[in-house]
Write a protein that binds this ligand. Structure first.
Ligand code: GTP
Ligand code: MG
Length: 233
């Protein structure tokens, strides 16, 4: 009995240590990126909800004005990185080999390959999943959660951490709204119960709806990051 109790405590402590190490590394990365004036955005959502499609639109809109780097997180394959490269933008694929989320050390290793160059935006597409990625800080300045219309409008309360830890919410695949019972208002209300200051965008990567507003908000956020100057300490 006593032995079992001890084992349980050790397991919990190991998890806490892993998270603490992750957070410390994430903080170091965040400071470096801020000092270099690079806005880092971490996208998280379920598989297939449209992260890469939104990024394809985003890089198309920003690439003539800004230097953009994309880190693609997946369990396997180079497919998403290839889609981004096809748009003429640099992408590094991180394959986790089974892990259901990215961690700061994976991001750091990928970042070290390309950190010699100057960038304006660094987009990180997390592994498709609304659960595990929410627990790991990657050093981003802006965390964005996506929900697509076909997924259903009951998701915020079921996956609260993803919504509580994100500053922005993007409702994707808005072109499909006529075909699904999905209430954007219900999602927004439920999500704002978890995070009252959540900023919401409604987009369609297919029709281009909402992309201009999203891209303008990203540009404003980059300028704000740069105006606030180098980080302290
Ligand atoms: N109708 C419609 N389809 C979309 C939209 N965005 C993405 N899709 C489609 O949804 C599917 C999945 O899109 P992805 O961008 O690959 O989704 P993802 O979130 O990157 O997926 P993972 O990387 O596997 O987690 C593809 O077939 C896209 O063409 C959209 O706005 N409207
Ligand atoms: Mg993807």
């Amino acid at each position: 009995m006593t032995y079992r109790k001890t084992m349980k405590r050790i397991k919990v402590d190991v998890k806490r240590e892993v998270l603490r190490a992750n957070d410390m590394l994430a903080e170091t990365l965040r400071r470096e990126w801020k000092d270099r004036g690079i806005l880092v955005v971490n996208l998280l959502s379920s598989p297939g909800s449209g992260k890469t499609a939104l990024l394809e639109r985003t890089v198309e809109a920003l690439k003539d004005k800004y230097r953009i780097l994309v880190l693609e997180g997946d369990i396997d394959t180079e497919r998403d990185a290839e889609r981004i490269r096809a748009k003429g933008v640099e992408a590094v694929q991180i394959t986790t080999g089974g892990t259901c989320h990215l961690e700061a050390n994976m991001v750091m290793r990928a970042w070290e390959e390309v950190s010699g160059e100057d960038w304006d935006f660094l987009f990180i597409e997390n592994v498709g999943n609304l659960i595990c990625p929410a627990g790991f800080d990657l050093g981003e300045h802006l965390r964005v959660v996506l929900i697509s219309v076909p997924e259903g409008d009951d998701k915020p309360a079921k996956y609260p951490k993803a919504f509580m830890t994100s500053r922005w919410l993007v409702l994707t695949k808005m072109d499909l709204l006529p075909y699904f019972e999905f209430s954007p208002e219900k999602v927004i209300e439920e999500a704002r119960r978890l995070r009252p200051d959540l900023r919401v965008f409604r987009t369609s990567a297919k029709t281009g709806e909402g992309i201009d507003e999203w891209v303008e908000a990203l540009e404003e956020t980059l300028h704000t990051l740069r105006e606030t100057g180098p980080s302290a300490g």
